[in-house]
Design a protein. Structure first.
Length: 354
């Protein structure tokens, strides 16, 4: 099952690549909670010295509860978002004085604490108490959206439910705490927002964003009222009068429709040379005898929250093309006419018909 492959690859990657961070070497819920509160909207490198200072000044939740709020805020100085520090102090007092110093030990109770949202509750429940619950932060959204090819807007109300269900489905039966650490670390170091290391990624044979060139587009996060431009580059590969297409996978609006080789960019069209050199496209051209560019056409296609700017590059190849092992195949014009296709591809085909 693809979920099993995904989880196993992340665990193996994590064992080799995890950073050694102090809150990972403990199951103490107080330390884990502290680290999670500090790392909200803060990079690890910035949060780490604060974590060490707090643990030294307040080794237990009871020590923190007994501190004056101004001392907490002073030690917090420079981290920003001071309401986090105030909530943290109030929660420490609640745990110390109302719960006898015992941290709540499950997701349901943790989420009732002041300043603790669903991500932090899941992280503490998983890392400190081994509860089988999936964490869902920005890194996890990104990895899931890219790997599974999900183009649901992650800022939309339905995204939490959809991604939460998928995240839960991907949880392995054992080592769920390590798996949760692994997927977040993978998003932070490997599948990064601007420069994912796809060529060296252990998931690249099964990752939909990599296969379809959508790494720079996914995850989709649409700011309200702002229409997003997407730039799609289709390579229309033609050999002996047949065209290369495949069925689109993933859960997007075009799931199940047939399309050409495609790579996306976020800000502008790419030049033809760059499109043909893209790592998603290049393997299809490497084993051919000749590559001839027939024409290039640009179109615009408006959807509700997106404007698709589409560049079709028609390329004729000769020789016996050896296709990389995947689901692309050559289709005769009659077969192409029968395949279901996105409207913009159907319009393009109509236009280029002799
Ligand atoms: S292949 Fe690239 S986009 Fe896909 S999971 Fe790996 S790093 Fe992320």
């Amino acid at each position: 099952m693809k979920e099993t492959i995904f989880a196993a690859a992340l665990l193996a990657w994590y064992k080799k690549n995890a950073r050694d961070l102090p809150w990972r070497n403990t199951q103490n819920p107080y330390y884990i909670w502290l680290s999670e509160v500090m790392l909200q909207q803060t990079r690890v490198v910035q949060g780490l010295p604060y974590f060490l200072r707090f643990v030294e000044a307040y080794p237990t939740v009871t020590d923190m509860a007994a501190a004056a709020e101004r001392d907490i805020l002073r030690l917090w100085q420079g981290l920003g978002y001071y309401s986090r520090a105030r909530n943290m102090h109030a929660t420490a007092q609640y745990i110390a004085y109302e719960l006898g110093g015992n941290f709540p030990n499950n997701y349901k109770q943790l989420i009732g604490l002041k300043g603790v949202g669903s991500y932090t509750a899941a992280a503490i429940a998983s890392f400190a108490f081994g509860e089988k619950v999936a964490v869902l932060d920005g890194n996890v959204y990104r990895v899931l959206a890219r790997y599974w090819g999900i183009d649901t807007d992650i800022a939309s109300p339905k995204a939490g439910k959809e991604f939460g269900a998928l995240a839960a489905q991907c949880l392995p039966d054992t080592q769920t705490d390590l798996y949760n650490q692994a997927i977040m670390e993978f998003g932070a170091l490997q599948c990064t927002p601007a420069a994912p290391q796809c060529i060296f990624c252990p998931l690249n044979d099964t990752c939909i964003a990599f296969a379809t060139g959508q790494q720079s587009v996914l995850p989709i996060k649409i700011k309200k009222t702002k229409v997003k431009n997407r730039f799609l580059h289709y390579v229309v590969l033609e050999q002996n009068g047949e065209l290369l297409l495949r069925e689109r996978r993933g859960k997007g609006i075009w799931q199940g429709l047939y399309e050409f080789l495609c790579v996306e960019s976020e800000n502008e069209f790419w030049e033809v040379e760059d499109i043909l050199q893209n790592p998603t496209v290049k393997p299809y051209l490497e084993n051919t005898d000749s590559v001839q560019i027939i024409d290039v056409q640009d179109f615009k296609h408006a959807l509700t929250h997106q404007i698709l700017q589409v560049r079709f590059v028609r390329v004729r190849v000769s020789g016996d093309t050896i296709l990389p092992q995947d689901d692309f195949a050559f289709y005769t014009p009659a077969q192409v006419a029968d395949l279901p296709k996105p409207i913009l591809i159907a319009n393009y085909l109509e236009k280029i018909q002799p």
